[in-house]
Design a protein around this ligand. Structure first.
Ligand code: UT7
Length: 394
């Protein structure tokens, strides 16, 4: 029996704090007119609380997607989290989210393909589902790029925003859902968009911090040229791979980096109607891996997709990478009755307590083992003082 993977849940979360172009003009030499005309961005949401990070934003989006799907966290078999601003180099931010939402039956890993990461993640989820290795997979894109941006560099700081978006893919027998994908990379362009320090190539040091190598560096013009070319090509290729034409596509949800990139690639090169392209970057800026799931969530919630519609998700990013996926939208997902949603919500505090208990237990165990080691040393000391310890031969 053929298996198909359908999107059954979606959700997003952005931090409350909004920073407008006028706010940025107070810290770097820029202005609203430049940012709007060169990028289309009006404002962005940024974390302003040290407790917030990519994992906390991701967990909020994940909970929203689970609620929309009417699924408890325990239904997830896998969490794939695409991010360029993980909480740590390791452990994977996906594992922190797995614990935060109590997805106790799920494997979890991070995926690093920059802004194309979410579509890469969807392709991986589809592969797991159709090969029978998993049935319910959550794919998240989550970023707190504001923590990696040099706030004195006007070339980059005006572009990025923080946020998270998530979808849940589930195996079904009805045809449709994820139809095709195109994934590409060209590492010869790795230096065009990079965060040089903090990895094994250039470990963090006083010197790297002094040089600002722990901040995002970008050749904007080169990335722009690359983006306009690959967005159009990848869209063409994925439509062809699915055995369709662009006329069959009802909506394109592109990576929300710059409205000029979207207009020059998708609208002008593909001659695709502007009104069938979803754009929300004016309110969020470029949220990297989160931009496509956030835009998709808003597109669904505003009624832009109905059953049977074909939607193309297409992105590009550091690496260099690019990715496109073609999805046939499934039947509407009814919301669960309130009491059942409440029952699912009750899992979160219960699991938080369970997780705290496990952490506590680990600490107690570690302390107990530590005592045992000390006792052993003391024991050895006693043995030697009592002359029971054999003298080492010279
Ligand atoms: O997810 C992938 C992430 N990356 C991208 O998507 C980036 C793709 N690239 C872009 O979106 C565009 O290249 C930018 C928006 C980054 C820059 O736009 P541009 O039209 O390529 O501008 P530019 O770099 O050619 O700069 C034009 C001028 C320069 O001044 P001069 O040398 O002509 O006097 C810049 O110094 O604009 C200046 N400029 C600014 N002025 C005011 C650069 N940034 C700013 C700024 N405010 N924030």
């Amino acid at each position: 029996m053929a298996r198909y993977s359908h999107i059954v849940g979606w959700g997003m979360y952005t931090p409350e704090h909004v920073v407008t172009n006028e706010d940025l003009a107070k810290i770097v030499e820029t202005n609203d007119a430049w940012i709007r005309s060169r990028t289309g961005i009006r404002e962005r949401h940024l974390v302003d609380n040290p407790q917030e990070s990519s994992s906390t934003l991701a967990a909020r989006a994940a909970r929203a997607a689970l609620e929309r799907a009417g699924l408890p966290p325990t239904a997830l078999d896998m969490i794939i989290l695409a991010t360029s601003s993980p909480d740590h180099l390791f452990p994977a931010t996906a594992c922190i989210v797995q614990d935060a939402i109590g997805a106790t039956n799920a494997g979890a890993y991070d995926l690093s393909a920059a802004c194309s990461g979410f579509v890469y993640g969807m392709a991986m989820a589809h592969g797991l589902i159709v090969s029978g290795q998993a049935n319910t997979v959550m794919v998240i894109g989550a970023e707190t790029l504001s923590r990696l941006v040099d706030w004195s560099d006007r070339n980059t700081c005006v572009l990025f925003g923080d946020g998270a978006g998530a979808v849940i893919l589930q195996g079904r027998e009805e045809p449709g859902g994820f139809l095709a994908s195109v994934l590409g990379a060209d590492g010869s362009g790795a230096g065009l968009l990079t965060l040089p320090a903090g990895g094994s190539r250039l470990p963090a040091s006083v010197e790297t911090v002094r040089r600002g190598d722990h901040y995002i560096k970008m050749d904007g013009k080169a990335v722009f040229r690359f983006a306009t070319r690959v967005m159009a090509n990848a869209t063409r290729q994925v439509v062809e791979k699915a055995g369709l034409t662009l006329d069959d596509v009802e909506l394109i949800v592109p990576h929300q980096a710059n409205v000029r990139i979207i207009e020059s690639s998708v609208v002008r090169q593909l001659k695709f109607p502007r009104e069938k392209v979803f754009v929300n970057l004016e309110r969020y800026g470029n949220t990297s891996t989160a931009s496509i799931p956030m835009a998709l969530t808003e597109a669904v919630e505003t009624g832009r997709l109905k059953q049977g519609d074909h939607v193309v998700l297409v992105g590009f990013g550091a690496g260099l990478t690019w990715a496109a996926a073609l999805i046939q939208w499934g039947p509407p997902i009814p919301l669960l009755p309130r009491w059942q949603r409440w029952w699912h919500q009750a899992w979160y505090p219960f699991h938080r307590a369970r997780s705290a208990w496990r952490r506590g237990l680990r600490r107690v165990l570690a302390a107990w083992l530590g005592t045992k080691e000390r006792s052993q040393e003391e024991f050895e000391g006693l043995r030697s003082r009592a002359g029971l310890k054999k003298e080492k031969k010279e």
